[in-house]
Design a protein. Structure first.
Length: 504
């Protein structure tokens, strides 16, 4: 929830705007959802017009006029509270409760035993960017003539918003820094995902699959992305960032996104914590970046990819098991380690999605859910990635797959990834991140169940099943989402736990 604060001295002008058509006719149903008791007794539940707007504005301004406060002073406080369009639907009653809670915490009401200020909250539909929101207009003059203290009001509003997000089960912007889409980025074809989401998934898979920065560049180019390095000022050799784009249809210009615009954990400085920093690796990566900039062939080709057979899958599942064992020993408040681990785990799902799904299917959606833990607000990945948390081997094999792995191979990897995802669920639960906990729970039930249900059960020595098994052994990019899970995947079983209450 984003609070946006302005201050002014024209309550009638502001109120007329709030009940009017808006700059783009986006004000479709302006009405009050809460406010000072006297104002609500006259205007509750009524659609507002200009006459009502003038009457309400005069009531809000009553204390200023009664005590003779200078009309040119900034005595009108205006704040919009908006939520991303991707968030859940919020009812008028919930907006009313949110407005009351917010104004109580901002000290405009008598909740803290002070004389109240007059205020109203208006709801009038979504903005042109698709965000649901309300506007709050308040007088800064209390009923006893004293003035509301406006010191540090922006920080106070942010703190109040963070508590409201958690208690009302809204997307917690204070816990992550996901880059939300603008409405113009949404495709009209609802069956295809936005370009930014597709790019993020591919770049994430390439980054986690790469053992070096140079290999990262090669992986992106092999994934058919356009890659452009950004150099430090005054040089053409020191790369400080990058941009990527999908190859556009003939005659159209590419749409470029910087790594930081895809996700905070995909900036080049953040990704460099995954890779060795040596003179040899720096020279190799510089050559690959320059080749990408000039649209030349890859300079240092990688070795041919091996097939993802059951034997390889068992080895990779063993590697994932070791990652999971290390993961559950990390303290819940070690945000750097959890951010690294989240990027690694989301990279596995992203690569798996790249190999088997056409567009954003259940694996791609799970990758986005786990990625949220990798870019928590205020946490920039700056520490080196510890080797026990690496998933490069599994990610690289999945990314390079030219057809969907066999059902047994997928089941072996899925078994470990479910347990790894459970560790993130328990970490967020311990930290009381209610929204993140709910999203991971939904990922289990709505996304992973779609993939996991038809897979065979596997154990340490499960024999190979028949090739005719009905699991998702499909050609590349044809695994599509069904109408919903055909079975409920609930991996929250009892296991040995450490001192933090997390599974071992």
């Amino acid at each position: 929830m984003i609070p946006n604060i302005t201050k002014g001295d024209k309550p009638i002008g502001l109120m007329k705007y709030l009940v009017g058509p808006g700059r783009a006719n986006e004000h479709t149903d302006p009405h009050l959802i809460n406010g000072s008791p006297l104002i609500m007794s006259w205007h509750d539940d009524a659609q507002l017009n200009e006459e009502a707007a003038v009457s309400i504005a005069r009531e809000v301004d009553l204390n200023r006029r009664a005590f003779g406060v200078d009309a040119d002073a900034k005595h009108v406080w205006h704040c919009s509270l908006s939520i991303p369009y991707q968030d859940r639907e919020v009812t008028d009653q919930e907006w009313s409760d949110i407005a009351q809670r917010f104004m109580d915490e901002m000290d405009f009401t008598d909740a803290q035993a002070k004389a109240p200020c007059q205020w109203v909250a208006v709801h009038h539909g979504r903005s042109t960017k698709g965000n649901d929101h309300i506007h709050i207009m308040a007088s800064t003059i209390r009923e006893d003539g004293t003035k509301w203290a406006d010191g540090n009001d922006y920080a106070r509003a942010q703190k109040a918003a963070r508590g409201i997000e958690k208690d009302f089960n809204l997307i917690q912007l204070g816990n992550h820094s996901e880059r939300w889409l603008q409405q113009g980025e949404m495709r009209r074809d609802s069956t295809r995902e936005p370009t930014r989401f597709a790019l993020e998934r591919t770049v994430r898979a390439c980054a986690v699959a790469a053992e070096s920065e140079a290999q990262f560049v090669r992986q992106m180019r092999r994934a058919n992305l356009l890659v452009h390095p950004r150099f430090a000022a005054g040089t053409d050799s020191v790369v400080t960032g990058y941009s990527v784009a999908e190859r556009p249809p003939k005659g159209m210009r590419p749409l470029w996104f910087g790594g930081g615009k895809l996700a905070q954990d995909l900036t080049l400085p953040s990704l460099r914590t995954r890779w060795p920093d040596t003179p040899v690796s720096a020279q190799e990566s510089s050559e690959e970046w320059m080749a990408a900039k000039r649209h030349r062939r890859i300079v240092h080709p990688d070795a041919p990819d091996a097939a993802l057979d059951e034997e390889t899958a068992r080895r990779l599942a063993g590697e994932l098991k070791e990652v999971r064992r290390r993961l559950v020993k990390i303290a819940p408040d070690d945000h750097q380690s959890w951010a690294h681990a989240a990027r690694e785990a989301s990279g596995v799902f992203a690569a798996w999605s790249h190999a088997t799904e056409d567009g954003q299917g259940p694996l791609g959606r799970t990758a986005r859910v786990l990625a949220r833990s990798a870019h928590r607000s205020g946490v920039k990945i700056t520490t080196p990635l510890q080797a026990p948390l690496r998933t490069s081997g599994t990610t690289a094999f999945l990314l390079a797959a030219t057809q969907a792995p066999s059902p047994v191979a997928q089941a072996l990897i899925m078994n470990q990834m479910l347990r790894m995802t459970q560790a993130f669920y328990e970490m967020h639960q311990t930290n009381q991140d209610l929204r993140e906990t709910q999203l991971i729970n939904d990922a289990f039930e709505q996304h992973l169940a779609v993939v996991a249900e038809p897979l065979p059960e596997v154990g340490p020595s499960t024999p190979t099943r028949s090739a005719s098994h009905a699991g998702p052994a499909r050609e590349r990019r044809v695994l599509r989402e069904t109408q919903g899970p055909t079975a409920t995947v609930r991996p929250y079983v009892e296991h040995t736990r450490d001192e933090h209450g997390m599974e071992l």
